[in-house]
Design a protein around this ligand. Structure first.
Ligand code: ZN
Length: 436
């Protein structure tokens, strides 16, 4: 099939006016001008005049299982907010969680995302993603256990132990000890060792809040009780989170989620050892965590990606909204760099750039197509209007998922199930804290 648009943004090379992408067997066969690719071509054509076409977007931090928690917990300081997450989540049945994941997958795809880095609580996320057309890395989250319970926990939660299953073309698995205040040092170290041995991804929420900084500095503050209950063996290291992870040898190839409280002295180690930092500016704002030193990361060469985080701390899963939020905080990131960050940059941080993030022969046929006003500057035009409101079509693995701005599959049953789950979660939170 041949897909044409007024502008094609391959990302790895300059924009192509009147461009086209030739697709065969779910992968990209060629990217060039429509004129060149139509010579001797007689197969199906999909034409998108008035549109910009680019690779499917990469959302480098999601919790799709929390999609039904949108609006359940209002904006508040992180250390208070996190208390409500288990209350809300425990109210959900296994079916509710599957509905919530499926609803999140739809929300991601209809805004142009085809790749996620998702915090998973079992195999459901991978299965739902595979069904919906999402690719990405799914990190099994562990917390509150001892290192000796890790292997059994992963086994019980059906973490794929066969290395071939851990790594397929579109779907990869990883391990994520949740955070330094819910996973003790030996658990973090053990999770990192297993991930490394399995060639699986490793991600951790780190340097997110002032409460976390306080806990690591002197063991006090609003997260101290939680750490005492869940982070077995934790003693305050008297250092930053990044220095702590480095000392645990858990920074190598780690995906650092948030990094809002990273110190200038931590940045060189991040640049040298981590896979990268996933910036989540809107979640940081929702939870009053301030702003990550994103430009300092950029200047030091820290690989950067963007993530929406979950709908428990954000309004939507639209990466263009996230990119515009980062631009508002740090205008030195221009449209070109931000669009690179939500495509190839994200794929690199996830170690999936061999398949995603760029329009190039041999890569996955994942396309996002947005309607934009007539322009000579497609990056700026797309940055200004890109998102759920301007999506025209989405293709993943060579299959259309969105056409004429709407999903090609029925979504009303999933939305209804997810809304019912949301009502249960709201009730559970209200019963715990009347008036919240
Ligand atoms: Zn998160």
């Amino acid at each position: 099939m041949l897909v044409t648009a007024d502008w094609v943004l391959p990302i790895g090379r300059p924009p192509i006016r009147d461009g086209a992408v030739l697709i065969r067997n779910g992968t990209i066969a060629a990217v060039d001008t429509a004129k060149k690719l139509t010579v001797n071509y007689s197969g199906p054509r999909h034409e998108y005049p008035g549109c910009v076409l680019l690779p499917g977007l990469v959302n480098a931090h999601t919790h799709l299982a929390f999609t039904c928690l949108k609006g359940v917990i209002p904006s508040m300081p992180f250390a208070e907010w996190i208390r409500y997450i288990p209350i809300a989540f425990r109210s959900l049945s296994a079916d509710d969680i599957v509905a919530s994941i499926a609803h999140g997958a739809i929300k991601a795809i209809v805004s142009g995302t085809t790749v996620v880095a998702d915090i998973a609580y079992g195999p459901e996320s991978v299965a739902v993603a595979a069904d919906s057309g999402l690719g990405g890395t799914f990190y099994w989250e562990v917390l509150g256990i001892t290192p000796s319970e890790l292997a059994e926990t992963l086994y019980e939660r059906e973490f794929p132990t066969d290395p071939i299953r851990v790594c397929s073309i579109r779907l990869r698995c990883g391990i994520s000890p949740h955070a330094p205040y819910t996973s003790g040092p030996e658990l973090i170290r053990a999770a990192h060792l297993i991930a490394t041995a399995q060639h699986a991804g490793f991600a951790i929420h780190a340097a997110e809040s002032d409460a976390e900084t306080q806990l690591l500095t002197d063991g006090t503050g609003p997260l101290a009780q939680l750490a005492g209950r869940l982070a077995h063996g934790f003693t305050p290291p008297g250092s930053s989170t990044i220095a702590y992870l480095d000392r645990l040898e858990a920074l190598n190839n780690a995906v650092i989620i948030h990094g809002a409280k990273v110190l200038p002295s931590d940045v060189p180690a991040l640049a040298r050892r981590a896979k990268g930092v996933v910036l989540c500016p809107r979640s940081n704002e929702y939870l009053e965590n301030g702003k990550a030193p994103a430009w300092r990361f950029e200047r030091a060469g820290v690989p950067l990606a963007l993530g929406t985080d979950s709908l428990a701390s954000n309004q939507d899963l639209d990466l263009f909204e996230e990119a515009r939020a980062l631009h508002a905080i740090e205008p030195r990131f221009d449209a070109h760099r931000l669009i690179e960050m939500i495509t190839l940059g994200g794929a690199r941080v996830l170690d999936m750039a061999d398949e995603f993030g760029e329009l190039a022969p041999g890569k996955q046929a994942d396309l996002a197509i947005y309607r934009v006003p007539p322009t000579e500057d497609p990056y700026t035009a797309l940055f200004d209007v890109g998102g759920r409101g301007s999506i025209e079509a989405v293709l993943s693995a060579g299959i259309w998922r969105v056409l004429s701005g709407a999903p090609i599959f029925g979504v009303s049953v999933i939305e209804r199930a997810s809304h019912l789950a949301a009502q249960k979660a709201s009730l559970a939170v209200a019963l715990d804290s009347p008036g919240l």
